[in-house]
Design a protein around this ligand. Structure first.
Ligand code: GTR
Length: 431
């Protein structure tokens, strides 16, 4: 009797100890690696198919293969096979920037038998352009009304993250948010340079929280909802990218002031991951700019420097598709890496931008990815990225593959935009 009791007690103690250890393990605080000497050795998966005899002429097939791998394993498939109806209306237009610009607000209505959903696009173009202008198209974080103090800009009614600084309470945007992101959107400078700029609140396309894909554009296609049984369906980044394509449709349909062949998609941080995926998925975008996009954007996942695949999937379980979670703490098993995402945008120009203090986004990993993709551009007959080594802060180089390392923190600043204007000019001149 005594022995049985003793054995039971020992078993119970062992269970308590092991459960406790598992909990401690699960709750262990994530400690990012910022030590270059601790970056593991790894082999990058090749851009060209290794067995190919003629990789350049087979590039189109290889590209299709890589695109489908990214869809299935990282961002998730968009519902390209499902029908929807679209209508566009210009809900407001008028002079902006004291008459230097034309402001237009376009409502894009998407409808299926299940639901309907609207997205609001804000467009500024020079007041009287001689010809259709090149344009930067990018999503914003807190609503169109945050990009400028212009009182005519409609305040979003979509769910917004609470923020005293952005004037959001109870998940509703208010007047107080007007112009609070203006430093990130130098509209006047772009207009003075003869360029257009268009933006839309990302939450208008898909609110940025984990709601099991009930709202936003996901609600249009309930039969295509992602979930454990459908681990390859679109997450929020793919939904945002799909939304960017719908905005491009709207520009083409309703804004003759814009040259549809010169729309460059731009984004900062999570929206930089999105701009890369949008340009990879939709070849109508003339080029792409990724500003500090980091993990799941331009940075190489295998480096595990700063934010990692496991960490991003834990913090933002809705951004990527379910399949991407297989690679949490298991990056070497990834059948691809982010330099191949950049390769999908070739031959169109790309700009990868880092900031020197933005270690979380792994600036060196972003550079190495751009460097590796630039090898493809060179094989396709374009000049390679001019930098051979990770450069000093303050360095920039413009070409078919452009790169800069701005001094400073995670942000998008005037210094960045000055380079993007140069990039746009170079793109126009090379066409
Ligand atoms: C961070 C996230 C990054 C980046 C950033 C942002 O919290 O870890 O991947 O996307 O947010 O979008 O500002």
């Amino acid at each position: 009797m005594y022995i049985i009791h003793l054995v039971r007690t020992i078993c119970l103690l062992l269970t308590i100890i092991s459960t406790g250890a598992a909990q401690v393990h699960a709750q262990k605080k994530f400690v990012p690696n910022y030590d270059e000497s601790k970056v593991p050795e790894f082999d990058l998966p090749p851009i060209f198919k290794p067995s190919s005899q003629d990789p350049i002429s087979e590039w189109a097939d290889r590209r299709t293969e890589l695109l489908s791998l990214f869809q299935q394993q990282v961002y998730g498939l968009p519902p390209t096979h499902l029908a929807y109806r679209t209508s566009y209306s210009i809900v407001e237009s008028g002079p902006g920037l004291a008459g230097k610009a034309l402001r237009q607000q376009i409502r894009i209505k998407l409808e299926t038998d299940a639901a309907n959903h609207t997205i609001d696009l804000l467009v500024y173009t020079p007041a009287e352009p001689n010809r259709p202008v090149p344009l930067f198209l990018g999503l914003n974080f807190f609503g169109n009304h945050t990009v400028s103090k212009d009182p005519q800009i409609a305040i979003t009614s979509a769910w917004s993250r609470n923020s005293a600084e952005k004037g959001v309470s109870q998940n509703k945007a208010t007047d107080k948010g007007r112009g609070t992101a203006a430093s990130r959107w130098p509209i006047e400078k772009l207009i003075e340079n003869g360029l257009g700029v268009a933006t839309c609140y990302c939450g208008d396309i898909d609110p940025d929280f984990d709601d099991q894909f009930q709202n936003g554009v996901h609600s249009l296609f309930p039969q295509f909802r992602p979930g454990p049984d459908h681990p390859d369906r679109w997450g929020t980044i793919a939904a945002w990218a799909w939304g960017l394509s719908r905005l491009l449709d709207g520009l083409i349909q309703k804004v003759p002031q814009v040259d549809p062949n010169r729309v460059v998609v731009i984004g900062h941080s999570r929206l930089g991951k999105t701009s890369l995926w949008a340009a990879a998925s939709d070849t109508r975008f003339a080029g792409a700019i990724s500003n500090n996009s980091g993990c799941g954007g331009a940075a190489l996942s295998r480096r595990r420097f700063g934010e990692t695949v496991g960490r991003i999937n834990q913090s933002f379980p809705h951004w990527f598709c379910e399949n991407f979670k297989q690679y949490n703490r298991n990056e070497d098993a990834l059948p691809l890496d982010q330099h191949q995402l950049l390769s999908l945008i070739a031959r169109r120009p790309i700009y990868i931008a880092s900031a020197s203090e933005d270690r979380w986004a792994d600036p060196r990993g972003e550079f190495l990815s751009a460097k590796s993709a630039s090898q493809l551009y060179s094989n396709l007959g374009y000049p390679e990225l001019k930098l051979s080594e990770f450069p000093e802060p303050g360095t920039h180089t413009i070409g078919p593959v452009s790169y800069h390392l701005r001094k400073g923190r995670h942000n998008i600043t005037d210094w960045d935009w000055d380079r993007y204007i140069e990039f746009m000019r170079a793109m126009v001149q090379s066409q």
